[in-house]
Design a protein around this ligand. Sequence first.
Ligand SMILES: O=P(O)(O)OC[C@H]1O[C@H](OP(=O)(O)OP(=O)(O)O)[C@H](O)[C@@H]1O
Ligand code: HPA
Ligand SMILES: [Mg+2]
Length: 179
Amino acid sequence: MNNDIKEVLYSKEQIAEVTKKLGKQITKDFEGKNPLVVCVLKGAVMFTTDIIREIDTYLELDFMDVSSYGEGTESSGEVKIIKDLDTSVTGRDVLIVEDIIDTGRTLQRLVELFKHRNAKSVKICTLLDKPERRVEGVKPDYVGFEVPNEFVVGYGLDFAGRYRNLGYVGILKPEVYEG
Ligand SMILES: O=P(O)(O)OC[C@H]1O[C@H](OP(=O)(O)OP(=O)(O)O)[C@H](O)[C@@H]1O
Ligand code: HPA
Ligand SMILES: [Mg+2]
């Protein structure tokens, strides 16, 4: 599996360090707010479980399963909701946790949905931001790293369902997805 990686972008240690830093910031900003943390499955599962342990406020956790990439490296353009939240967002301070913002379609859809459901506030925390590919105007409130316009995998991020279990984030060799 490691042989399929062209370059390691962020090591386990770098991810842990930035997660701690973001957790501290979020702790400060959400003090006394009891936010509803929304983990966007499946990519954000590792980042979410790590960052919530760095946030020192009361919070609640829920999961939403959303998908638009299927087996490829390009967004299908259609954001499918596979599993909705169990919790109502009405009147809640929502913090969406994502692994990556690429075109921005996934988050645009979620932010619109939560606002429509009358969330009190909606904030976004993403480990990775790939601003070069943006087609929607969403802006994250908390960002770990800006990534170049390459298909990245690891630490939750997949290609065709694989590589989520890498501890680091790396660039996939193009020959892996080109066939
Ligand atoms: O900004 P966008 O272009 O919308 O891309 C970002 C989204 O795409 C990936 O999810 P995917 O749809 O592959 O589902 P997964 O998390 O289950 O892998 C990733 O985890 C983000 O949720
Ligand atoms: O670069 C990426 N890697 C994995 N999944 C993704 N979903 C959007 N962009 C990416
Ligand atoms: Mg994915």
